[in-house]
Ligand binder design. Structure first.
Ligand SMILES: Nc1nc2c(ncn2[C@@H]2O[C@H](COP(=O)(O)OP(=O)(O)OP(=O)(O)O)[C@@H](O)[C@H]2O)c(=O)[nH]1
Ligand SMILES: [Mg+2]
Length: 321
């Protein structure tokens, strides 16, 4: 099928076309960029919700609950479960298969796991493209579930309209998670497994972290919501906070959107530049020679980089690849 025919079917909301399109971006297929470009003008309607947290925090259970709640409101939902650490390609882990069965008969839900073949920025680009495909296919809500709080995950969360960080009492890594830059990206904190000991203590420790920051009156202060994803306790409160975040006045959401767009442009530019460098500017053999010269102190690394940069800028960028 041609890329434009595939794009048409994605726009018509055909789930098989959506699955195929996501596979293209997950595989970094050459046709993926063309596809995404042809869909871009017809995207931008979906609300993108990022859900992140450590392994087993209950993210999928929570995402399931959110999906069911949005379906009840008559909204269609796309779910992407991203696991950059997964060694399994194809990525459909057991929990996700179970979920797929649960929503299998519902045309208003599309669930997909992506294992991602991560190389420099590859994970976040593939995720951003998959979000765009779901958006263009007409999903009202797109939920991105991602495990962990490494750089890749932070990148992924940065492309959501709202980021939910799921913490669990008594896991010990929560404090670490808070340190790992998660405070800056969280719009809503969820303390899940609130049926366990230590939930209130965890709420207090997140509170203490929030208290270190002074929020302007018009600035969103991330709320902390206690949930038991398995029973649905606290889900209404979480839904209310998500709605409140999206409804907030002020330029917060627009600013976030602009940052996200700028980030995406920069990322594509860097990726394109490095590709150009490796493909059109310097061969591996030549690079090895350069490395050797730097190691032997014949030239310094600044000089080497400057030379490559000058040459890269003088070399036309191929647009056919
Ligand atoms: N007691 C309790 N168990 C929960 C709660 N939420 C989820 N679980 C259980 O925790 C386990 C992990 O839940 P998942 O939803 O798969 O967690 P996850 O964060 O998606 O896990 P990964 O995607 O593997 O990182 C499952 O056995 C759930 O039933 C909760 O609120 N309380
Ligand atoms: Mg999961």
């Amino acid at each position: 099928m041609s890329t434009s025919a595939l794009a048409e079917r994605v726009l018509a909301g055909d789930p098989r076309a959506v699955a195929r399109a996501i596979s293209l971006v997950d595989d970094h297929a050459p046709a993926a960029a063309e596809l995404v470009r042809s869909l871009y003008a017809r995207s931008g309607r979906a609300a993108v919700i990022g859900v992140t947290g450590s392994p087993g925090a209950g993210k999928s259970t929570l995402v399931d609950r959110l999906t069911a709640a949005y379906r009840q409101q008559g909204r269609s939902v796309g779910v992407l479960a991203i696991d950059p650490t997964s060694p399994f390609s194809g990525g459909a882990v057991l929990g996700d298969r179970v979920r797929m069965q649960q929503h299998a008969m519902d045309r208003g839900v599309f669930i997909r796991s992506m294992a991602t073949r991560g190389h420099l920025g590859g994970v976040s680009r593939a995720t951003a493209d998959a979000v765009l495909i779901l958006d263009a296919s007409g999903k009202d809500i797109v939920i991105v579930e991602t495990v962990g709080v490494g750089q890749d995950e932070i990148e992924i969360v940065r492309m959501a309209d709202i980021s939910i960080v799921v913490l669990v009492p008594g896991t010990g890594d929560d404090v670490q998670a808070l340190k790992a830059g998660i405070m800056e990206i969280a719009d809503v904190f969820v303390v899940n497994k609130a049926d366990r000991d230590g939930a209130d203590r965890l709420v207090s420790s997140v509170e203490a972290n929030l208290a270190l920051h002074t929020y302007r009156p018009d600035e969103w202060r991330p709320p902390i919501v206690k949930t038991v994803a398995t029973t649905g306790d606290g889900l209404d409160a979480l839904l209310a906070q998500i709605a409140a975040f999206r409804a907030q006045s002020g330029d917060g959401p627009q600013r976030r959107h602009a940052q996200r767009t700028e980030h995406r442009i920069r990322e594509l530019m860097v990726e394109g530049f490095l590709q150009h460098l490796g493909r059109d500017v310097v061969s591996e053999a030549e690079m090895a020679v350069l490395v050797d010269r730097v190691s032997r102190r014949e030239i310094d690394p600044y000089q080497a980089a400057q030379e490559l940069l000058t040459r890269a800028l003088a070399t036309p960028v191929r647009t056919d690849a």
